[in-house]
Design a protein around this ligand. Structure first.
Ligand SMILES: NC(=O)CC[C@H](N)C(=O)O
Length: 224
């Protein structure tokens, strides 16, 4: 299963993701500079966290115009997997692969913490290695993580069970319905503010994020 990790000027979690896919999971992994235009060799595209283009204008607003993003949209349209983590989630909403927007956190400052997260649904590859309703702990680190969408869009997300991750107990950024991660209707595109790649090695204090990558791997291997 081949992973590609998009690198924009200002990305800073790209190597953390590569450490998990290449070193922990032993999967072929390619770093994709944002100017590349051929990513047809990939099974999974990861749009990683960071501060693409220095977060100018709004997080992800400039990165979404990078040449590679048209290819990421095509990749998603063919049903292949796309994972956006934190800044990656912001980029995916900006490019229209996911609905809604990520606004400044409710308290208007950057939050860096570990947060309890509820896994809402486990019948998709992303979450199949978790129990439905399982509470996991994942690191969060963002200034613009407050998920917002119009009332009817939120209702559709809930009705279609597109909310895969929800903040439990606290709502660190004021997200509507405590939404921490959503997928598209087809389920092949996931965006989430918490960082599973930073919780994939016991040395870093937790492995709750590793199951997300393992679930995906199991699914793609089953299809091969
Ligand atoms: N860790 C991240 O990807 C941060 C995303 C973005 N720069 C923000 O502050 O919201």
């Amino acid at each position: 299963m081949k992973f590609g990790i998009i690198v924009f000027p200002g990305s800073n979690c790209d190597r953390d993701v590569a450490y998990v896919t290449r070193d922990v999971l032993q999967q072929p992994t390619r770093m994709i500079w944002h100017e590349e235009t051929d990513i047809t060799d990939l099974d999974v595209v990861v749009v990683p966290g960071g501060f693409s283009y220095g977060d100018y204008l709004r997080c992800g607003a400039i990165a979404r115009f990078s040449p590679v993003m048209q290819q990421v949209v095509k990749h998603a349209q063919t049903g292949k997997f796309v994972l956006g983590i934190c800044n990656g989630f912001q980029v995916l909403t900006e490019v229209g692969l996911l609905p809604g927007a990520l606004m400044r956190n409710r308290e208007m400052h950057f939050v860096c913490d570990r947060s309890p997260i509820k896994v809402e649904r486990n019948n998709l590859p992303w979450t199949q290695a978790y129990q439905s309703g399982e509470i996991i702990t994942l690191p969060i680190a963002h200034g613009e993580g407050q998920f917002y969408a119009d009332k009817d869009v939120v209702q559709q997300l809930e009705d279609n069970r597109q909310v895969l991750f929800r903040y439990q107990d606290n709502n660190p950024n004021g997200s509507i319905n405590s939404i921490a991660g959503i997928c598209n209707l087809q389920g092949n595109v996931l965006g989430m503010m918490p960082h599973p790649e930073r919780a994939s090695d016991p040395m870093l204090g937790g492995t709750d994020g590793l199951k997300l990558f393992e679930g995906l791997l199991a699914r793609v291997e089953a299809l091969a």
